[in-house]
Design a binder for this molecule. Sequence first.
Ligand code: AMP
Ligand code: AMP
Length: 343
Amino acid sequence: MAKQVSIATLGSHSALNILKGAREEGFKAICVCRKQDEQVYRSFGVADEIILVDNFAELNSSKIVGQLEKLNAVIVPHGSFTAYLDIKELKLPIFGNRKLMEVEANRERQRDWLKNAGISIPAAVARPEQIDRLSIVKFHGARGGKGYFLADSYATFQRKAARLKAKGLLTESDLRNAHIQEYVIGVNTYFSFFNSVVRNELELLCIDKRYEANIDNIARLPAEDQLRIETDPTYTVTGNIPLVVRESLLPEIFAMGKKVCTSAKTYDAKGMFGPFCLESVINQDLKVVTFEISARIVAGTNTGIGTSPYAYLKHGPGMYMGRRIALELKEAQAQGMLEKVLT
Ligand code: AMP
Ligand code: AMP
């Protein structure tokens, strides 16, 4: 049998989840992390080996690549990879489809993917001048919702943009490249799936909602104070909350997961495999509208470390996204299918 692979990731985002899962499935777990983050990965004892770097980009240096190659490492990418690195450039094999992670990194392409899949998405607004309903103005880059704002007309857009610019939250170039879409009023709900090629099955492993500053706490201020201090709601993610949804929504949620997997084949023959997430809003008519897709593990699955109700239903105790990834790698290696889960 081929040499046992080991699992490596960058120390951030969902590394605790990934590394713990790797160890629980018997893999050697390697954490490539910055000195300032080392304490976390040591303290929780999730890594067999910690490799220190000055910055995340060093993962691609010949020194680190050489060290990881010796350990026969497979990289499990997470949100910090899409936020701070170029997935295309990663020199080591990764678990998951890197072509789809590139699609994910581009808002227009990911919108096409969701549209072609035939699932509900928010209406797009091509230019600020065309804003004619409550819309959210988003920006590119690794900002986790920072500086996003709402506008229901061009005049509001201009007024708020000027205010946020003055506060240093936005630049002119951010505004030129803004991505504007209809704001869906409802509950933000994130569905984390795992598409297994080894078992040929789509699993729903976890559902969460995000806790965002300051939108999730503005309502705690009396309206009078909100108006007086001109609070700008922002969407900076600070954490995640586990969620279970009405059971009658599950058939649609599974169908949505299947549709994006089918549509993924048009981008790459290998299709969508491993973890992915549909970031959605459920409105008062119980319509599920998806505003984003992540073709990799999302941090919301950290709420399921140990288990989530859905992972428990499917696998019994002790299954969560990081471990599910490792289990797939283990089964793929045992069945000589490793090339099907790596790119
Ligand atoms: P970080 O390394 O914490 O800067 O995160 C990398 C990327 O993942 C950023 O784009 C964040 O917005 C996103 N991210 C980090 N943590 C979470 C979380 N708990 N929920 C959702 N997104 C997150
Ligand atoms: P994103 O950077 O696309 O993940 O968006 C960050 C946050 O903005 C989400 O977690 C939601 O709270 C909110 N959001 C983004 N797009 C929409 C939308 N079309 N309708 C309602 N809320 C949204």
